[in-house]
Design a protein. Structure first.
Length: 260
């Protein structure tokens, strides 16, 4: 019995050692290659609900930070915070904004902030032209040669004019849970129209302990969306992943993140 315990301990130590080596190697490659100008690596972090943080070489961007959902509120130190609309579960910018940073809420148009290109496209939070829940801004963020699109609290399908205005993108961050936003069916339709290389679902019932009851009762789980969309599904045991323009797959990937 003692021998088995020692082997188990050795195995756990080996796993910890390999994890440490991989982490240090990842950092070394990022630092070395960026200094050579070979690529800029962007880290994509999901803080839960519809909140994402994009950490690039030029700046960090946080989109739709929340409060009042019963889950840990996001914390960051971002130069740029984008809020798709004025609801408190999408515009809690204070805990994530760097001193002297820029906040854009409901922004429509194009501008450059801290070396990052940002475009806001006007849409609605419902299917009745904003009459029920108001307006919504879709954001395209061009950070370190990667084009991200965050659909915010989009409440309707997108037409050809929307798609043309948004343009070509690499990574799509889309609500899929339904309720106050689009559900699995419309989200899948938008994926086909926009044809991104990477899709990251958000705003669904992630079954996080402590989350508000409406998230349990009104939102679909992510599997409903996954069963209706085309692409290679990758379930990550992490809330983040890294990406460069060079390592984007030619085939579509659906990355499902985990709040840890």
């Amino acid at each position: 019995m003692r021998h088995i315990t020692v082997k188990k301990l050795d195995s756990e130590l080996n796993l910890q050692f390999l994890t440490c080596v991989r982490g240090n190697l990842k950092w070394f490659l990022k630092e070395t290659l960026e200094k050579k100008g070979e690529f800029s690596l962007v880290e994509v972090i999901w803080h839960g609900h519809a909140c994402f943080e994009l950490r690039g070489k030029k700046a960090s961007v946080v989109i739709d930070p929340f409060e009042g959902l019963g889950i840990p509120e996001p914390e960051a130190n971002a130069e740029i915070v984008l809020c798709s609309h004025s609801h408190r579960d999408h515009n809690n910018f204070a805990p994530v904004l760097k001193n002297g940073g820029t906040v854009l809420e409901g922004f429509v148009g194009s501008r450059e902030v801290s070396g990052v290109s940002i475009k806001g496209t006007a849409t609605f939070h419902d299917v009745v032209g904003g009459g029920q829940r108001g307006n919504n801004s879709i954001y395209v963020v061009h950070l370190d040669d990667v084009r991200f699109c965050h659909l915010g609290d989009l409440g309707h399908d997108l037409n050809k004019e929307h798609i043309a205005e948004i343009g070509e993108i690499d990574v799509l961050l889309t609500p899929v849970g339904g309720g106050p936003t689009i559900g699995p069916k419309i989200a899948s339709s938008i994926v086909e129209k926009m044809d991104p290389r990477i899709v990251v679902p958000m705003h669904y019932n992630a079954e996080v302990p402590g989350q508000k009851d409406w998230m349990n009762t009104r939102l679909h789980k992510v599997d409903t969306f996954l069963s209706s969309v085309e692409g290679v599904v990758e379930r990550l045991d992490s809330r983040s992943f890294t990406i460069t323009k060079e390592n984007i797959s030619k085939s579509r990937e659906i990355k499902v993140l985990t709040l840890t």
